[in-house]
Write a protein that binds this ligand. Structure first.
Ligand SMILES: [Zn+2]
Ligand SMILES: [Zn+2]
Length: 260
């Protein structure tokens, strides 16, 4: 992923602006576009440091690829938020790359992934759909625009929030663990519906990851079966260093949860 500095220059009399610049209107127009870019997968989720300067507003953000902000990836919401900038006294934004982001992986380079995985991790804000072959993340804007990208984004926020809670091992940890591990929890049902929608829109099999943490004995873990259909699902060897179980029938992946 790449860090980028985005500049929202103020309009002047030369480009027809006669109004008074209002800082809160500037902030809401800028956040409107940043939010639309995030929802479309053109920016990674997170907080964006923002500086108000004499002639412009500057924001630093992270995007999946060096060209992620190009208009060809924009959807309707991005186009509308871009058009709304002028009313608040802003020109269309310009950006310059600052270089590779050290805390996030590079995006998937496979031309045609054979399968996808929906999984997340509280320590990474990389896109939650990965290529099944190489496990690198896929920018959401590369998936068909018919998909509800906002729903994928909110599933991602929720999964990461539960992952933070379970890591804290305090208030709410039991609930968070169940949401992530149980194939029938609200979070998993939502994630599995998203997987089905991705598969329907792309024709690419899409698997959902059940993150299991609560330790049991290794022998008990190895005997476990798919929680949805009861078939055997232990893989001969772990996949991508993360998955020990896979059910092709239910499109589920999981890991051995044991303390030894
Ligand atoms: Zn790949
Ligand atoms: Zn199954």
């Amino acid at each position: 992923m790449f860090n980028v500095e985005i500049t929202f220059a103020y309009r002047s009399r030369r480009d027809g602006w006669t109004g008074q610049l209002d800082e809160s209107a500037v902030a809401s127009a800028v956040y409107g576009l940043l939010g639309a870019w995030k929802q479309n997968g053109q920016l990674l989720p997170g907080e964006f440091p923002r500086t108000i300067m004499r002639t412009c507003c500057r924001v630093v953000a992270t995007c999946p690829e060096t060209n992620s902000l190009e208009p060809r990836y924009a959807g309707k919401d991005v186009r509308e938020a871009t058009a709304a900038l002028a009313e608040s006294g802003l020109r269309e934004p310009t950006w310059r790359g600052l270089g590779e982001d050290l805390d996030s992986p590079m995006v998937d380079k496979c031309r045609k992934p054979k399968w996808y995985i929906l999984s997340a991790d509280c320590l990474s804000n990389a896109p939650p759909v990965q290529c099944g072959e190489c496990h690198e993340p896929i920018p959401l804007y590369r998936l068909p625009s018919s998909l509800d990208r906002g729903r994928i984004l909110y599933w991602h926020y929720t999964f990461r929030a539960f992952d933070f809670i379970q890591l804290g091992s305090g208030a709410g940890a039991r609930f968070a663990l169940k949401q992530m591990a149980d194939s029938n929890s609200f979070l998993s049902r939502d994630g599995r519906e998203i997987c089905r929608a991705i598969e329907k829109a792309t024709g690419v099999p899409t698997y959902y990851y059940l993150q299991r943490v609560r330790p049991r004995s290794l022998a008990a873990e190895k005997k476990s079966t798919c929680p949805s259909c009861g078939r055997k699902w232990l893989l001969a060897k772990p996949l991508h260093g993360r998955y020990d179980f896979k059910c092709d029938h239910c499109r589920l992946l999981s890991n051995i949860a044991c303390s030894a």
